[in-house]
Design a protein around this ligand. Structure first.
Ligand SMILES: *Cc1c(COP(=O)(O)O)cnc(C)c1O
Length: 422
């Protein structure tokens, strides 16, 4: 019987046998012991599954990856040391020098840099597309060497809701998978696989951990993309891997081919593992994720409505507001709510934003978003402070934009704090 998400969050992953610990143990061990050298050899040949070194696999991490896999409705999943590592591996697992990626322009700044700057140096180029562009315009971005499309389900911090079906159609028409970073809505509020997405990534650092305690990332494969239909496009999955005695991932691992390749090649060679200690904390966070997401969305809706009605506020961007350009898409893809992040601007512009933030008592000024504590950031004064107003506009950051990450405190206290500061 398939369980509901709330039940998966509590019960999945660690399944103790008779007499074993009820709670997921932290396997704080780099290595694992075997009785025979032959058995250890079979593990190295991928002939048998088992643990031998925590860079490749660790039981604590595997239990947590399994839980996230079930929440997304995927076929296989892995944890990484950060969200950045997840997005890097997700793309690099099917791209090499000379290949090309179609990238949504509103992805998180770190993902944009990863693709547009760092991976470019590695020979992987990208073409940036406006996620709101029509289907034909998006299709023009594809090249014969395009290997994937990368986008965000709910963009950080632009809060653009992705038209999944439009993007999936464009990707599949060009025989490549659609990879979507699902960090902001989490699998509680959105399951991209239901709308044609092939691979999902997460920065588990945000709502999944939820307490701002542990960096982490995850990659989940739906198992739906048929790599073997395009063996020339994806030789890494469909041709023999000489570093593993000629194993062909699609033949040997079926729906787990993509994740097995990412683990056995990228994790082996690049090593961005999540520590079992962090995976343990992530698992604790996952247990309450449905409760917290419900409260984040409830509070953010109330705060967004309060801000919209306040005369000092010039504009509010929250997909749960009827005034939002993305209201309909959010209702369709995230009917139970989006996330706790709101952006807004004050009539007094940049100066008023700075003054208002200095008066806040409950909301803290921090870089982080999407955890239990209400926090606030003014990109023009913080992350983008070297830029003048003109440069900010070019970067798509309005000088008066305030990013508010609504926490799970009592909403009346959050609103009272904003009210006195305004
Ligand atoms: C924070 C974030 C990342 C990067 O994750 P880290 O865990 O900080 O490496 C990637 N994508 C999105 C949408 C994010 O919000």
């Amino acid at each position: 019987m398939a369980y509901a998400k709330e039940t998966i969050c509590i019960q999945s992953g660690w399944k103790p046998k008779n007499g074993e610990p009820r709670v997921l143990p932290i396997y704080q061990s780099t290595t694992f012991k075997y009785e025979s050298s032959e058995q250890m050899g079979r593990l190295f040949d991928l002939e048998e599954s088992g643990y031998f070194y925590s860079r490749l696999a660790n039981p604590t991490n595997d239990c947590v990856a399994q839980k996230i896999c079930e929440l997304e409705g995927g076929a296989a999943a892995m944890l990484t040391g950060s969200g950045q590592a997840a997005n890097y591996y997700a793309v690099f697992n099917i791209c090499e020098a000379g290949d090309h990626v179609v990238l949504s322009s509103t992805v998180y700044g770190g993902t944009f840099n990863l693709l547009a700057v760092t991976m470019k140096k590695m020979g992987v180029s990208c073409t940036v597309v406006d996620p709101d562009a029509d289907y034909e315009t998006i299709c023009k971005a594809f090249q014969p060497n395009t290997k994937c499309v990368m986008a965000e389900s709910l963009a950080n911090p632009a809060l653009v809701v992705l038209d999944f079906e439009k993007f999936a159609r464009a990707a599949h028409a060009h025989h490549v998978p659609l990879i979507v970073d699902n960090t902001f809505p989490t699998p509680i509020n959105c399951n991209p696989f239901e709308w044609g997405v092939d691979i999902v990534t997460h920065s588990t650092t945000k709502y999944m951990d939820g307490h701002a305690m542990a960096l982490g990332g995850a990659i989940v494969d739906s198992g739906n993309f048929d790599w073997s239909a395009y063996p020339d496009k994806f030789p890494g999955l469909c041709a023999p891997d000489e570093s593993y005695h000629g194993v062909v991932y699609t033949e040997k691992f079926g729906k787990a081919a993509y994740i097995t390749k990412a683990t056995s090649q990228l994790m082996r060679d690049l090593g961005a593992v999540q520590s079992p200690q962090n995976a343990f904390l992530l698992n604790v966070g996952l247990e309450t994720l449905p409760l917290r997401m419900e409260r984040h969305c409830y509070n953010a809706q109330k705060v967004a409505e309060f801000l919209e009605a306040n005369e000092k506020v010039a504009w509010v961007n929250y997909p749960g507001l009827k005034s939002s350009k993305y209201y309909e898409l959010a209702q369709k893809y995230m009917p139970n709510g989006t996330c706790g992040v709101i952006s807004f601007g004050l009539k007094g512009g940049r100066k008023a934003a700075e003054e208002m933030m200095d008066k806040l008592k409950l909301a803290a000024i921090v870089t982080h978003v999407a955890d239990s504590r209400t926090s606030i950031l003014h990109p023009a004064s913080h992350t983008h402070r070297q830029m003048n107003d003109e440069q900010l506009k070019e970067a798509g950051v309005a000088p008066d934009l305030i990013r508010l990450s609504v926490g799970i405190e009592n909403v009346n206290d959050i609103i009272a704090d904003l009210e006195q500061a305004l």
